[in-house]
Design a protein around this ligand. Sequence first.
Ligand SMILES: NC(=O)c1ccc[n+]([C@@H]2O[C@H](COP(=O)([O-])OP(=O)(O)OC[C@H]3O[C@@H](n4cnc5c(N)ncnc54)[C@H](O)[C@@H]3O)[C@@H](O)[C@H]2O)c1
Length: 345
Amino acid sequence: MPPKFRVGIIGCGIAAQFFHAPAYRLLQDLIEVIAIADPNPENRNLVQAILPNLVKQYTSLETMFETEQVDMADIMLPHNLYADVIPRVAHYCRNILVEKPFARTLQDAQKILASTSGLNFSVVHNYIYGRRYKNALEVIASGKIGTPFMVRLENLNTGMASINPSLTTPWRNQSEGAGRGTFHDHGFHLVYLARALMGSEVIAVSASMGNYYKEGDALDTAVVTLFHENGGMSILLDGKLNNQEPEEVEEVLGTKGTLKINPVTDTMEKFKIDLQNLPRNEVLKNSPYASSTAACIMDFVNSVLTSKKLPVTADEAYRNLYITLAAYESYDQKRVVEIPKNLLI
Ligand SMILES: NC(=O)c1ccc[n+]([C@@H]2O[C@H](COP(=O)([O-])OP(=O)(O)OC[C@H]3O[C@@H](n4cnc5c(N)ncnc54)[C@H](O)[C@@H]3O)[C@@H](O)[C@H]2O)c1
């Protein structure tokens, strides 16, 4: 059996607990997390409790890289830290996977991408690996609904909390930590989903936003229209629901019919059994996202091992961020913002 691909996780918060650590359980035959770095010992211990093997724990990423032979860095941090941390990681590691949206501003994105040029750098677009979107893309490709002309993604959610809720930090609500707000954070997913479902690039963006919950200064609600090259439109609604189960209304309208995108709620059986002895397993096993994160990580690792084009290239991640941030420009300036066809990083 070939040696396992060795991963170092940087950041042991919500994304590591609910998405990446469970994903590495699914991938344990091929990939092994050997070390984790996070200054917060409680978060490190929560992630260790989910991982399938004992790992080395570090408070600093530099010490981790200087001590361990790591093939790949898997980074998930508050957004304001990426511009500092990713260039430091690039100094040590050739294969870098980073959580979305990977940068707070376009200037930070340019700095990050300059530091990772020539390396295998990719961003987690995990939703596209979700079964509901894979099924939808297959139906669209079959021609059943004709040519898509409208994508509707109303994707409201209740917000994220740590496995131990007392460890949840408020950076998401604050522009200093999160960037401008929900659309920059969660809406980033909706942008790449809309681009894929429409099968056509975005040429312009128009947006309205608000801060209704007043839990910080970040904009917590966004209504965004994307205009696509094929003449179609995407309507994106992103924000928070209080005291209610997530409400997702997602469909693609085509010239021959409409495709409703229904959540796939059944968690993989293997995954359910594997998680049953873990802390808060009832929460973890109901997370539909860990298996899509596993697919996303595996796709990245396969591309690295076979020297194939990365599933999400630096150009692709930058374009998605550019469109996402253009929504804020549209909101600020009350105008439709055009997206250049050729984006220079
Ligand atoms: N793809 C998804 O579906 C998804 C879901 C949740 C979060 N995310 C993304 O994951 C990222 C992290 O979000 P989160 O919710 O896990 O945040 P979080 O606040 O829960 O966790 C961040 C962790 O980073 C640690 N940290 C801070 N500085 C560090 C450093 N220098 N080195 C190592 N660790 C450090 C903190 O101690 C904390 O444990 C964000 O980019 C977020 O958008 C993605």
